[in-house]
Design a protein around this ligand. Structure first.
Ligand SMILES: [Zn+2]
Length: 277
């Protein structure tokens, strides 16, 4: 009897959460949930890992949900409940994800040439054919490493933001400082990699007129701490050593990290860039 009552109590919590604002963490701190499409269940598909922890409904992986959590904790919290005009550059996810985003935002997705992804608008990040101040927020995830001129792209992204807008930028942050790939590198969608980024992407965004805060999950390690599972693509020692630890903002807590699949933390760093006034 007590079991049944507890189950009904939990079900009511989940129901309430499904209707709560984007970014809200469920009050029942167990199982797995998707802040984007509001699926919840026992566990994600795949392991607890940045490129895994797949939501079976919208297809988002752990880093997609971290990006939306950063946007929710930043721009959504600052601007209240008004539906923000959001542009996402070359999202790799399809209709289920995009319609879930449309529930929270006035959502537009773009692509350069629609070879790798389908977008609603075609834009070249180095020369964006959109008026100044077109969007309240831009999400750009794992795109900038394919763009030859980083400085121009960042300055164009700043131009299309409203003065109180925000850019949330994720790149594969592989090492302490940016270099060119030593041999030709392609990602899964066959696009050439121009840059292996390091923390100086932060300086490039500041030079483009942004104030920048790097955000990481709560378990982001300090030098000498265990960084979690190591991927051979990352120079983790260099990455952790060179991190601007005094500027890093932590999102969530250790418990949330584990449940959300935000592991290993060094793969999730997201740069929040606000147009400097
Ligand atoms: Zn989902």
């Amino acid at each position: 009897m007590r079991d049944l009552a507890a189950r009904a109590h939990r079900a009511r919590h989940w129901e309430k959460w499904v209707r709560s604002p984007v970014g809200a963490v469920p009050p029942v701190r167990e199982g797995a949930w998707c802040t984007i499409c509001r699926w919840h269940g026992v566990r994600y598909h795949g392991g607890e890992r940045c490129e895994s922890a797949l939501c079976p409904r919208c297809g988002s992986i752990a880093r997609d949900r971290f990006l939306v959590a950063c946007l929710a904790a930043g721009q959504v919290a600052r601007r209240g409940t008004a539906k923000l005009k959001v542009l996402e550059t070359s999202p790799r996810l399809g209709p289920a994800y995009r319609s879930a985003m449309g529930r929270w935002f006035d959502y537009t997705c773009s692509d350069l040439d629609e070879r790798a992804h389908r977008g609603q608008v075609r834009i070249d990040l180095q020369d964006i054919d959109l008026p100044d101040g077109s969007f309240d927020a831009v999400m750009s995830s794992h795109v900038l490493e394919h763009v030859p001129d980083t400085a121009r792209a960042l300055s164009e992204l700043r131009r299309i933001l409203t003065p109180d807008g925000s850019l949330h930028l994720q790149v594969p942050l592989l090492q302490g400082a940016t270099t060119r790939p030593s041999t030709p590198e392609f990602h899964g969608d066959h696009t050439l990699v121009q840059w292996r980024f390091g923390w100086d992407i932060l300086d490039a965004a500041e030079d483009a007129g942004f104030d920048v805060t790097p955000i990481a999950p709560a378990t982001f390690p300090l030098p000498g701490e265990d960084p979690g599972a190591i991927s051979p693509e990352f120079d983790v020692d260099w990455l952790v050593e060179a991190a601007p630890h005094d500027r890093l903002r932590r999102l969530g807590d250790l418990h949330l990290d584990r449940l959300a699949g935000w592991r290993p933390a060094y793969m999730f760093v997201t740069f929040e860039a606000l147009p400097r006034r």
